[in-house]
Ligand binder design. Sequence first.
Ligand code: PRX
Length: 640
Amino acid sequence: MIKKKGLYYPLEDFKKKALVKNKSIYKEAKKSPLKFWEKLAGDVFWRKKWSKVFKHDPPYFKWFLNGKLNFSENCLDRNIETAKNKVALIWEPEPVDERPRYFTYFDLYREVNRFANALKELGIKKGDKVGIYLPMIPEVVIAMLACTRIGAVHSVIFSAYSPQALKVRLQDTQEKLLITADGYYRAGSVIDLKKNADEGIKGTKVKKMVVVKRMGNSIKFNKRNNIWWHDLMSKQDDFCEPRVMDSEDPLFVLYTSGSTGKPKGVVHTCGGYTVQAKFTGKWIFDIKDDDIFWSMSDVGWITGHTYSIYSPLLNGASFVMFEGAPNWPEPDRWCSIIEKYGVTTFYTAPTAIRMFQKYGEDLVKKHDLSSLQILGSVGEPIDKESWLWYFKEVGNKKCPIVDTWWQTETGGILITSLPGVGPFKPSFAGLPFPGVKFDVLNSKGKPCSTEEKGDLVILPPFAPGLLRGVYKNPKRYKKTYWNQYGENTYFTSDIAYKDKNGLIRVVGRSDDMIKVAGHRLSTGEMEDFISKTLLVSECAVVGIPDEIKGEMPVVFVVPSKKLTEKKKEDLKKSVVEQIKKGIGPIAFPKEVYVVSDLPKTRSGKIMRRIMKKLFSGEELGDLSTLANPESVDELKKALK
Ligand code: PRX
């Protein structure tokens, strides 16, 4: 890229070939965002065109009203018309000696149709919820698409979530069917997924489980309500008529952490999500016919939905799906995969970049990464040093880096500079996607001045893929997103600022959410679980900086009775165990402290802010408003 006054721009050669190379697109979109999105929607396959592009009934809104379409038809049928034998999915298993699996668009089409028929045989109908608790194997793509083919609403639950975390989610959506697998590999070990699934469905409405045989490990198989995927598929027809859906019908639910202990089911709809997923992917990753796209995110997260799977399919691209950990069995496995398949677009999280960096550039230099054209970053702020390392060592100073800001709720990327236009600035996500209006507001609700930090908000007409609700919880929808600045302003819960060029830098969250290795976790959910399962009278979890993972949770517990040193150690171990049980290994705490009191206001509010500051070394400020300032001294001692 070319560097001018601290900003980076794409090379002329890159720009010439880019799908979007002209700044004028921003002007056009700004003039009439509705006309702009309408134009993009024209490139999606609709069974019936919409009658109205946008309707706003704050805090609700709709896009492409009365339009009819089917999502899987857009991902598959449309591509087999022109690229039937093009490879869609390249699956790289974790063991290096196992053969990859390839699916052309036509292969995938047939598998999806068959599984859609299988779902029907199991009694699944339009609007029914289907739980998917699968690892990164091709069957997860087939299962998700099959749901969308018959109008069922999938809820994918991250396969590394614990049985307890699975249960909470299933109890909310009340699925009758869960699709899972016998097991999967993770960094060389075999994870017994079926066991977790069996435990997780206890106390839920799940009546049947379809089980994919991935590992052949020995599992408990209950013939009454367990069905092998392969048995079910063997008798299905190759065609299933796609169910024509309304633009505003739900497409999927995905749970994400919220400020309270309970995760919330974010609802995305058929029309708006499709248009946005297609075009954000196409333009931000400049997807061309001969590209090989690889987004490393697990399908259990929104990035896994939109960019590891759906956007590449909507754009008829070939994409890689990797089962394992990028540093397994060797730290440069990710480089080997890029080299092996000639990956052109690589999309990962800053945590992974920091980890790669730690292993040193010599490992990277052992590989030919010259196929790379675009690099992406997602999920958490990327620091300047990591950005520059990624740029120099991985992208050889030629690839634009799209630092993409978005959320489970936004469904697709809404801030990043476009690769053929720029400008790019290390640690800045960049410009809003054309047709989307952002602002940064101060506490009075007024726009912040340049470089002034404030709340990042989205203004009408928002974006077609923005969430339409929190599953069965309109109160929470209103309170979380439309309360702070009124019902016309979507509150992101992020703190950001703009520079003089209008580039946006997202600094972090303003709520008690933490980002551990790019995964969004709620400290409230952890606290809830600890308090419920252990004999503690109080507990507080805060996120503290971590060199690799960005942030990690630290737990403070106050036992309900006085403990010996030995018992305190036992309690610490139990806290770690309980967090693993309640959420999963991703929430593993960096440290657990057993203390006799937590700093509180006179009204009893635990001052987590103070605890965080103890780690960052920041000034603690005025402690006189605390009911128990002496508790801070105890914490200081514990931290030493
Ligand atoms: O705080 C922002 C951070 O991740 C949050 C959304 O998390 P989640 O719903 O799990 O979705 C992650 C993947 C899209 C945001 O509110 N975030 C995401 N991308 C960035 C980011 N922070 C800074 N820079 C980014 N590029």
